[in-house]
Design a protein around this ligand. Sequence first.
Ligand code: F6R
Length: 605
Amino acid sequence: MCGIVGYTGTQNAAPVLLEGLKKLEYRGYDSAGIAVLNDGRISISKVTGRIAGLAEKTEDGRLLPGVTGIGHTRWATHGAPTEPNAHPHTSNDGRFAVVHNGIIENYMELREELTRKGYHFESETDTEVVVHLVEMYYQDNLKQAVMRTAARLRGSYALGIICADEPEKIFAVREASPLILGVGIGENYFASDVTALVAHTRNAIYLEDGEFAELTPDSITVFDCTGHIIQKRVSRITWDIQAAEKGGYDHFMLKEIMEQPRAVKATMAPRIKGSEIVLDGVDIDLKQINKIMITACGSAYYAGCAAKYAIEKLCRVPVITELASELRYSDPLIDEHTLLIVLSQSGETADTIAAMRECQRRGAKTLAIVNVVGSTIAKIADWCLYTWAGPEIAVATTKGYTTQLTVLYLFALYAAKKVETVDDSTWRKLLSALKALPKQIQQALDMNPGISQLAKKYHSTCSMFFIGRNTDYAVALEGALKMKEISYIHAESYAAGELKHGTIALICEGQPVIALCCNDSVSEKTMSNIVEVKARGAEVLAVAFRDNARIVSLADDMLYIPKIDPLFSAAVEIVPLQILAYHVAKENGCDIDKPKNLAKSVTVE
Ligand code: F6R
């Protein structure tokens, strides 16, 4: 998720900012820019593409002299990766510049207000409202303007702000987005993470949510949101660079697993306005749709399989899930009354693009759910809803999958309201259940230490079964895929009721079976299947709710997830399985972030 840096001191700022941005490259980005303050004016340079391009454009920073500046790597969320959308953004009078990490949820309202007041916008970003607010509130006191601006913002933000009238000062503001201050001697810094700081200093101040700081070359003053000074402790950075890139985790995959509460919240919160779901730009005439088809590959396809239940149940419209690699060569029954939902983290998967084009040729309307802004699938769809998971670096998707589910759940509720298939009180109950997902995912993550112990028991097996029914079966599909791709252990997902039609022949003494039992409507039936495999010697690890007293006597090991409506349970239920796959792979010494034979983006057939 893009990065920001800031510097004030005695050296030329631009080379320091470029070097800092280079250290943040691993976070993923598609454009970059810096702003440097010199002689009462701010100079800006931006590029699409690599930091190397920015270094070339600025002759390694020499073209932007000045000792105070801010920099940014952008990973597009609101608006395509273009130069006007790249940060820093400047005020209309050119006296202020801002860089931002995160998402301003109420930017639409603020943009309308500022436009009415005569401010003009140069970009499509959510960030640009910030710089115009600062200009609007500025009355010879940047601190006051920053405070008043922050009070107007909803969402997550780490901000860096400079003002031509207050040289040598940089402001850093934090709310729900990481931001660290680097304490130097005669120079000070800020950055999104410590990787950009350690070359200069190992003394750091960690800002908390709601705090902001004024940095000059000789001082750092931290304030609470009301402007009162607070005393902060200076901590020592002990991480090496490699560990710092991964946020202290051993692997990007674990970091991304742990990011899920935040990613799901970032995807969901801006789309829930009071008791309404607002899907910006989506104006599908749902009453004209008589069939929904979901297509994707791999985990994205499994997200579709899990969400099918929610959409069908809530909207009473048939939902067909089809693998994109199959759909593209089938002769699908599709017409202009079909809504094709296309899921893709990368937005560049070749099979998914081909299936989508084929369905468009036959008249289907297309709604894409994509993580990478400006990607091919996002561009060719009739409508696009972005998941705001931030860049996913590990090859095996985790936060990509849960944020896809989140958008599909939002869509199910949104559509049910439009086609009037759910009564008001049920709808409101379901919306509350959806809003609880980030917290429940966090509770599931808290099982990490226990699951790492279980991995020691299960890692040496050469095969595993994942069983479940209905929504639990959909989760079994993704759970088994996670296990296969990173641990190289053969894992088979099976609809629990199908075992007796053949597969049960494979169950023998000690065979690990992961049984998913979180859907109350079928859990009795799944428990019967657990009894059947136990009778043949299986070792059963069950995932269930704590109030399921009976399963404890059947299973050998238990993983409890928080109670949740089965319609949305996949987003929580998958979490212990991601963690299990991770620890099993780690026990087996696998290359977790880059499993053999796999690529992050599959752009060939
Ligand atoms: C599995 C995984 C893949 C992708 C699949 C589709 O962990 O990451 O199965 O889900 O290759 O990729 P996208 O979502 O980019 O279309």
